[in-house]
Design a binder for this molecule. Structure first.
Ligand SMILES: Cc1ncc(C[n+]2csc(CCOP(=O)(O)OP(=O)(O)O)c2C)c(N)n1
Ligand SMILES: [Mg+2]
Length: 203
């Protein structure tokens, strides 16, 4: 919301986007930001990645609603539910929210229904008691990236060779980034406070 206010103040055409989870949508800070952003018609988009779990608690056990998007009505902004596993649907819904924000019509709450393949912390995924492996497998079958790949091949936008090439390029970038990180020196102790500020602090 602060970044969106800055966009407005500097008269840029930028739109700020805040990503958060279903669990985070229960936090007071979300509600305060949603209220003020809608009141000031700020150019921002609230994107809720609803993956059905807040840490290890299912959505049904942490909130009484099914659609987080319903919360938008309480603040005076549109709430839109979209299939978060459908790349094109997300692209189109996001485009509408961006247009609205740029026209000065204010924020949108965009709820993307999705799933978490790994856990809140760590990468285990399978074999944990808070959800079944069957549920996880069923959602994996709807994976956004592989579904998008299949669509691109079917629509003849890309062939498998080109897709493999994109994977190779991205994997090479990742390898390079890891090598860079591992070969970089540790920061100096005095760098601890770089970019940390406190408006209330006196010099
Ligand atoms: C400001 C703040 N309040 C509370 C927490 C504690 N907390 C950590 S994770 C979490 C819930 C996260 O749920 P969700 O947003 O659905 O993320 P997911 O578990 O799906 O990754 C909360 C409340 C926190 N980290 N920060
Ligand atoms: Mg979640």
């Amino acid at each position: 919301m602060g970044a969106a206010f800055s966009n407005r103040f500097r008269k840029t055409k930028q739109v700020s986007v805040a990503f958060f989870g279903d669990g985070a949508s229960n936090e007071g800070s979300f509600h305060e930001a949603a209220n003020m952003a809608a009141l000031y018609k700020l150019p921002c988009i609230f994107v809720c990645e609803n993956n059905g779990y807040g840490e290890y608690t299912s959505q049904a056990n942490h909130q009484a609603i099914v659609d987080v998007a319903d919360r938008a009505a309480g603040y005076g902004m549109p709430g839109v539910v979209v299939d978060g596993m459908d790349v094109v649907a997300v692209y189109e819904a996001a485009g509408q929210a961006i247009d609205r924000a740029r026209k000065g019509e204010g924020p949108t709450l965009l709820e993307c229904k999705t799933y978490r393949f790994y856990d809140h912390v760590g990468v285990r995924g399978m074999g944990l008691s808070y959800r079944t492996d069957e549920e996880l497998e069923a959602w994996k079958a709807k994976d956004a990236i592989s579904s998008f790949e299949k669509m691109l091949v079917k629509q003849k936008v890309m062939n498998q060779k080109k897709i493999d090439q994109v994977y190779a390029e991205v994997n090479a970038d990742i390898e390079q980034a890891i090598a860079f990180a591992e070969s970089s020196p540790y920061p100096a102790p005095e760098d601890l406070l770089v970019d940390v500020y406190n408006l209330g602090a006196s010099a």
